[in-house]
Design a protein around this ligand. Structure first.
Ligand SMILES: [Ca+2]
Ligand SMILES: [Ca+2]
Length: 265
């Protein structure tokens, strides 16, 4: 997957990165949407993200002067996996546009070099308000309206039809939904890395065991549940709401096998 060519995404309910706390003078914060490093504008700093699990991680570098953020350099969606690394060398002699985040892929599968997706200054660098989305579905056609609050500007809008909100696609204009779609989520992220969470949800029926949102409970929903057994903090899969995803939740999907959505009047 090449940077800037990301076609699959997921909601930022968790961060796949852990920062290496090696550089003095840098204040780190590992947020839900992005990992942030705030630093004074002097000296050379090396920043490393350590992949904790498969997912995407965004990195925001804040240049601090007089206690305020004067510039943010934002790298969106570096693909990380367990044991992969993303590294960045910050040098005051190098302009932010020339910086590169180098992502080393696990198993010696090479590296990706990612240029910044945004270099923001002033009010845009201090934008901390995520955009909001509104979903409209008419005759199976999806339209997403994005309301961008704050000066940074929208970076990307995602949508998906799975209840787990993991199988996202980039939204670039009205699109026909797969036949039988009864569940749609949408989320947008701005150029400062602020992502809407939780996403906006549109559903035409209540069928929680329909994990892939296609309106029917089938074996593929059992398979989806089975692949998430043992995961925590996953409300879509925790059907009996006991804060665990285990055999009890799997049994609920099996018991619902064959059920179909009845569109609400
Ligand atoms: Ca299904
Ligand atoms: Ca459970």
């Amino acid at each position: 997957m090449a940077p800037g060519d990301t076609t699959v995404g997921s909601t930022p309910s968790s961060n796949s990165a852990l920062i290496e706390r090696s550089a003095g003078g840098v204040r780190y914060s590992l947020g839900m949407n992005y990992t942030e490093a705030s630093l004074p504008q002097d000296g050379v700093f090396k920043i490393a993200l350590h992949g904790q699990k498969t997912g995407i991680a965004s990195l925001k570098i804040n240049d601090i002067s007089g206690g305020i953020v004067v510039r943010s350099t934002v790298f969106m969606g570096a693909p990380l996996e367990p044991k992969s690394r993303a590294k960045l060398v910050l040098d005051p002699a190098v302009s932010p546009e020339q910086l590169h985040l180098t992502v080393s892929l696990p198993g010696g599968a090479g590296t990706l070099s990612q240029a910044p997706d945004a270099v923001l200054e002033g009010a845009a660098a201090n934008d901390s308000t995520p955009p909001t989305t509104a979903i409209r579905v008419e005759s199976g056609r999806l339209t997403i309206a994005v309301d961008d609050i704050g000066p940074a500007g929208v970076f990307r809008t995602w949508y998906g039809t799975d209840r787990a909100q993991e199988g996202g696609q980039v939204y670039s204009g009205p699109v026909n939904l797969p036949e039988g779609t009864t569940y749609v989520w949408a989320s947008a992220v701005d150029r400062a890395g602020n992502a809407q969470y939780p996403p906006t949800v549109y559903e035409t029926c209540k069928l929680p065991a329909d994990m892939d949102g296609n309106g029917k409970v089938e074996t593929q929903d059992i398979e989806l549940m089975a692949s998430h057994l043992g995961s925590r903090h996953h409300p879509a899969f925790d059907l009996n709401r006991d804060h665990r995803v285990d055999d009890a939740d799997l049994r609920e999907v099996v018991a619902a096998l064959g059920q179909r959505c009845k569109p609400e009047p």
